[in-house]
Design a protein around this ligand. Structure first.
Ligand code: HAS
Ligand code: CU
Length: 597
């Protein structure tokens, strides 16, 4: 989570530079080449290195606590995933510093990103870091799914799982189907580009197809936007019950909406390609699917509103951020509905209108809930509240700054201002609105600064929060704050969807798990009946070494010479062999646990 926030800050600084460049017409703060590198690195970092990883970070941290277990299923895999992710992020930003920042947009369309239009190593680095970061994302997704399916507290059947856990489950499954698509297309881009391999997969002149790139990329990238939004919606569903003193309205409807969003989300990708030659009937199908996805999102929205309506809302900071989210995301969702129409889209595609839409949904739909999550779970991490004064400054500066920055972009887009062009002429009349947007961007930066100061100041000196500061009903608050490394000495059992509220005073706890080694209880997938004791991995250097070999394989092989990939593969095989050879025996037979009342 912290690493993702660092990438968020770096990408944010790039955005400020772009906004300075666009503040007035015919500006020369950034030259066109630098501008191209900045917007590409900004988009790449925000989508690949911030938004998805930060949500997975929350998943890896919170899922074990929420399902009442001691750890994630595969701690070593998580370590591997982290270092692969870190190396991908460092590669991107080191590249930028060395004037090797990618400059073809975060969706890197071929043939622009192919060898003939983008010689040099900028795109090589980009495509390999994308593959690398998705290896990490996949590893985390596998870890989260296994933890959810096999390690829930006894009694936590699937229909009692907290909605945040559901959202992580759905998201992780989406990752498993979406990420291979982008890994495939970025690897094929690399083989097209590498002179030693020299395939022509996207090369129209040699019988390849450059539109194949767009299909494979958007088949990943559209689901990706819901991979970011669904966990954020999970935050909202987790926070609202505690803030309104009631259970979520329409649990089943919310869960099924998430599942439906995941399914429909794989059937809308062509709405990013309406201006390519797609057959009219096909385009119509994708418009229909894009409109259909509004239904599950709308169902969730109305369930949240009903929860607030029927509860006793407490205007604390996490709740304020949730309200901000509902307002801002609604606007972004509605511009999405407009874009889903081929007629409108063919007019505003590639203009600032799309930029306005994507920031309303991404910042509104995931950064606002993310801040709600920070204010809500900070006491879990530190035992202290985040300060209220700086918290309110953080919220209001963000809310005002955000709308100042991105509302004008709707108008600019409708007036024809295209995205990804480094400047514009004074005669266009776009100056004043752009200037307002730049002021807004700096207001957002100020807001994030307030947040950072708040975190640093509150970490040691914030108001003490106690074990269950919000009076919430889910298991993460059933242990001390901050929790010990093993979360629970005696893991709890579960008798309802909000177990702290619903468990009888004599509810059983799990005893008999060893405390001298990392041991957890494995339960059955549907009903979470105790099954066996499960010894978790010990601390180990191997995941780090395998991650380093993986990074070397992709970056060395893709940027310098394919032979590096071969060396790295041999190295990684040896390292993996040692990893598995030295792993502890996992199962210790069927559980003979004592249950104490
Ligand atoms: Fe989007 C482009 C359509 C949701 C993110 N989207 C993007 C890009 C990003 C992004 C990053 O069809 C740009 C990528 C790039 O770099 O080019 N989007 C939609 C639709 C929805 C939607 C229909 N998007 C998201 C979410 C995102 C996200 C969530 C991230 C978190 N988006 C598009 C289209 C494009 C696009 C086109 C391509 C544009 C182009 O030309 O490039 C929906 O999921 C939104 C549903 C939510 C709501 C609000 C709540 C619902 C209620 C129910 C009642 C509403 C009704 C509608 C009945 C709608 C309250 C009434 C309709 C009226 C107009 C009044
Ligand atoms: Cu889309």
């Amino acid at each position: 989570i912290i690493t993702a926030m660092c990438f968020f800050t770096l990408a944010g600084i790039l955005a400020l530079a772009m906004r300075i460049q666009l503040a007035v017409p015919s500006n020369h703060f950034l030259n066109p080449d630098r501008y191209n590198q900045f917007f590409t690195t900004h988009g790449t970092a925000m989508m690949f290195l911030f938004a998805v990883p930060v949500m997975e970070g929350f998943g890896l941290y919170l899922v074990p606590l929420l399902v009442g277990t001691r750890n994630v299923a595969f701690p070593k895999l998580m370590t591997f995933s982290y270092f692969v992710y870190l190396s991908a992020g460092l590669a991107l930003f080191l590249g930028l510093v060395c004037d090797m920042g990618p400059d073809v947009g975060w969706f890197a369309y071929t043939p622009l990103s192919g060898p003939s239009f983008s010689p040099g190593h900028r795109v090589d680095l980009w495509s390999q870091m994308v593959t690398l970061v998705e290896i990490s994302t996949l590893a985390s997704a596998v870890d989260i799914i296994t933890t959810i399916f096999k390690m829930r507290a006894p009694g936590m059947s699937l229909n009692r799982m907290p909605i945040f856990v559901w959202s992580q489950l759905v998201t992780s499954w989406m990752i498993i189907f979406a990420m291979p698509s982008v890994m495939l297309c970025s690897t094929m881009l690399s083989t097209d580009r590498l002179t030693h391999i020299g395939t022509h997969i996207y090369n129209q002149a040699e019988g390849g197809d450059h539109l194949l790139w767009q299909h494979l990329f958007w088949f990943f990238a559209h689901p990706e936007v819901y991979i970011i939004f669904i966990p954020a919606a999970g935050f909202v569903s987790a926070i609202l019950p505690a803030m309104t003193r009631r259970k979520i309205f329409g649990y089943t409807a919310v869960v099924l909406s998430n599942v439906a969003t995941a399914f429909i989300g794989f059937g809308v990708w062509v709405h990013h390609m309406f201006v390519t030659p797609v057959p009219e009937l096909g385009a119509g199908m994708f418009t229909a699917a894009s409109l259909m996805i509004v239904i599950p999102t709308g169902v969730q929205m109305f369930c949240w509103i009903a929860t607030i309506w029927g509860g006793r809302p407490q205007w604390k900071l996490p709740f304020l951020w949730v309200i901000g989210f509902i307002a801002v995301f609604l606007i972004g969702g509605l511009s999405g509905v407009m874009l889903a129409s081929t007629n409108i889209d063919s007019q505003v595609h590639d203009t600032m209108f799309v930029v306005a839409h994507l920031h309303y949904v991404l910042i509104g739909g995931s950064v606002f809930p993310l801040f709600a999550a920070f204010y809500y779970w900070f006491p879990k991490w530190t035992g202290r509240y985040l300060g209220s004064g700086l918290g309110h400054a953080n919220f209001w500066l963000m809310f005002i700054g955000f709308n100042l920055t991105f509302w004008p972009l709707h108008h600019l887009g409708l007036h024809g201002m295209t995205r990804r062009v480094y400047t514009y002429l004074p005669e266009t009349g776009w100056g004043p609105l752009n200037f307002i947007a730049t002021i807004g961007a700096f207001t957002i930066a100020l807001s994030v600064l307030c947040f950072m100061i708040n975190v640093i100041a509150s970490r040691k000196r914030g108001m003490l929060a106690g074990t269950n500061p919000w009076g919430a009903g889910t298991f993460e608050w059933a242990t001390s704050s901050p929790p010990a490394n093993y979360n629970f000495v005696h893991p709890p059992t579960c008798q309802g969807r909000e177990p702290i509220w619903e468990n009888q005073p004599d509810a059983a706890i799990v005893t008999g798990l060893r405390t001298d080694i990392r041991q957890a209880l494995s339960t059955t997938t549907l009903d979470a009946a105790p099954h066996h004791r499960y010894d978790l991995a010990r601390s180990s250097i191997h995941p780090f070494l395998v991650a380093a070999a993986t990074a070397y394989a992709l970056l060395g092989g893709g940027i310098f010479h394919p032979r590096h990939a071969v060396y790295a593969l041999i190295l990684a095989t040896i390292l993996l062999w040692i990893w598995f050879w030295t792993s502890e025996k996992k199962q210790r037979g069927i559980a003979n646990l004592t249950w104490s009342k």
